[in-house]
Design a binder for this molecule. Structure first.
Ligand code: KDG
Ligand code: MG
Length: 408
C-alpha cells in the first residue's frame, strides 16, 4: 500500500489549525495534526514544500522507517517546525494503519493499560472568588483535577486567566489573539510570588485537601524564584508546578529540585527526546509535558516516554485548544496504552471546531477515552473547513514594569 497523496489543509474555526491528509493507493485516508500556535504557516510550508513530495510512493505501513527518514535522515533536525511536521506525518500513518487493520490506534500500541485517562481542566479567575466559581463549574462538569490560574493584584491581564464567569456559567476556551501583532502584557515576578501562596491557602480552605490542583508559571521564574515558590506551595500539596523556569535550559531545574519537593512538570515547548536527556536521566522532573503533536507524533513520544519510564517519570501531555482534535486523539491513544501515564490536559474545543473535526473521544466521570473507532477516530469535514479562512494570530509577549522584555 503506497502513499498516493499528501495534502495540507489550513482552517480557522475560531483558531488556526493545520492538518495533513495522507491518502493511500487503496483510498485509505489518514489525518495528522500540524498545528503550531502562532507559527502555523511555517509548518504548512515545511510539509507542502519539503515533506509531501518525499512521501508520495512510500510504503504507507512503514511508520518507523518514515520517522527515521524524516528525523535521522534529515540534515536539519529537531526544532518545533520540523518536529510538528514529522508528528503530522506520523499520526496520519498510525491513523491509516488503524483503519486498515480495523482497530483503534491504542490497540496497536499494546492495548489498554487503564479504563481511561484522568483529565485536568483549566480554571481561572481575576480574583480568588472568581477562580472558585470557575473551579466549581468544572467540578460540576465532572472534572477531578484542576489547573488554577489567577490575576495578580496590581497587574492587568495575566496570561492563562480567562474571562470571569458568573455562577453556573460554563468556561469555553481561551481564544487566540487575532491581532496584527502580539498583545503586550505587564509582568511583575515579586507581586506574583507574594500573591500565589495566599491563593492556594484559600483554595485548600474552601475545597479541602483531596482535589488535585495544578499550576502553570509559564517559564517566568529564575531558579531561585522557582525554588521560593515551590517551598511556599509545599503545604498545599500540588499535583504539579508547571514550567517554573525557561525550558530551553534544563540545568536550571537542578537548583529548583535541590530546594523543594513540589512535583515539577516541563516540556510543552520541547520537541525531541534529546531535549529531555538531562531532565530525565538526572530525574529533574516528575512529568513530561510534550504533546505528540509537537514532538514527532506517536512514535516520537512513545520513545520519549519509554526513556522517562526507566526513571519513574510520567506523562502529562500538553493539550490546550491550540492543538487540534486530531492531536488530542493521538495523545489519548497513547494515554490509555502507556504504562507510565500520569494525567492529560483537557481544554474543550469550541462547538465550531468540533463541527469541522468530528471526534470519537469521550469524557465522562473525570476520564477521557479515545473510543473504539479504527484509527485515531477523527474525521475532517472538508466543505466546512474551507469556510474558515486562516487569520494571523499571536500569543502575547510580556514586559516587566520598566518595559524590559521578559521570558515566556
Ligand atoms: O500555545 C501556547 C499555549 O498552548 C500554552 O501557553 C498553554 O501553557 C499552556 C498550557 O499549559 O496549556
Ligand atoms: Mg503550560
Amino acid at each position: 500500500m503506497r502513499i498516493e497523496r499528501a495534502e495540507v489543509l489550513v482552517t480557522s474555526p475560531g483558531r488556526n489549525f493545520v492538518t495533513l491528509r495522507v491518502t493511500t493507493s487503496d483510498g485509505v485516508v489518514g489525518l495528522g495534526d500540524a498545528t503550531l500556535n502562532g507559527r502555523e504557516l511555517a509548518v504548512a510550508s515545511y510539509l507542502r514544500d519539503h515533506v509531501a513530495p518525499l512521501l508520495v510512493g512510500r510504503d504507507a505501513h512503514a511508520i518507523e522507517d518514515t520517522w527515521q527518514y524524516l528525523t535521522r535522515g534529515a540534515y536539519w533536525r529537531r526544532g518545533p517546525v520540523t518536529m510538528t511536521a514529522v508528528a503530522a506525518v506520523d499520526m496520519a500513518l498510525w491513523d491509516i494503519k488503524g483503519k486498515v487493520t480495523g482497530v483503534p490506534v491504542y490497540q496497536l500500541l499494546g492495548g489498554r493499560s487503564r479504563r481511561g485517562a484522568l483529565a485536568y481542566c483549566h480554571a481561572s479567575g481575576s480574583t480568588v472568588d472568581a477562580l472558585l466559581t470557575s473551579i466549581r463549574n468544572h467540578l460540576e462538569l465532572g472534572f477531578r483535577a484542576v489547573r488554577v490560574q489567577t490575576g495578580v493584584p496590581g497587574l492587568g491581564k495575566v496570561y492563562g486567566v480567562g474571562t470571569d464567569q458568573r455562577a453556573g456559567e460554563r468556561y469555553d476556551y481561551e481564544p487566540a489573539g487575532r491581532t496584527a501583532r502580539p498583545v503586550e502584557e505587564e509582568w511583575d515576578t515579586a507581586a506574583y510570588l507574594r500573591h500565589i501562596p495566599h491563593v492556594f491557602e484559600r483554595l485548600r480552605e474552601e475545597l479541602g485537601p483531596e482535589l488535585p490542583l495544578l499550576h502553570d508559571a509559564h517559564h517566568r521564574l529564575s531558579p531561585n524564584e522557582a525554588a521560593q515558590l515551590g517551598r511556599s506551595l509545599e503545604p498545599f500539596r500540588l499535583f504539579w508546578l508547571e514550567d517554573c523556569t525557561p525550558a530551553d535550559n534544563p540545568e536550571l531545574l537542578r537548583r529548583v529540585r535541590q530546594q523543594t519537593t513540589v512535583p515539577l512538570a516541563i516540556g510543552e515547548v520541547l520537541t525531541s527526546i534529546h531535549d529531555y536527556r538531562t531532565l530525565i536521566t538526572e530525574q529533574l522532573i516528575d512529568y513530561v509535558r510534550s504533546s505528540p503533536a509537537h514532538t514527532g507524533g506517536i512514535t516520537g513520544v512513545r520513545r520519549l516516554m519509554d526513556l522517562a519510564g526507566l526513571y519513574g517519570i510520567r506523562s502529562g501531555f500538553h493539550q490546550p485548544t491550540d492543538i487540534s482534535p486530531v492531536g488530542m486523539a493521538a495523545a489519548l491513544h497513547l494515554d490509555v496504552a502507556l504504562p507510565n501515564f500520569g494525567i492529560q490536559e483537557y481544554m474543550q474545543h469550541s462547538a465550531t471546531t468540533l463541527e469541522v473535526f468530528r471526534t470519537s473521544y469521550t469524557f465522562s466521570d473525570g476520564l477521557l477515552d479515545p473510543g473504539e473507532t479504527p484509527g485515531l477516530g477523527v474525521e475532517l469535514d472538508d466543505d466546512l473547513a474551507t469556510r474558515f479562512e486562516y487569520t494571523p494570530a499571536y500569543l502575547p509577549v510580556n514586559r516587566l514594569r520598566d518595559g524590559t522584555l521578559h521570558d515566556w
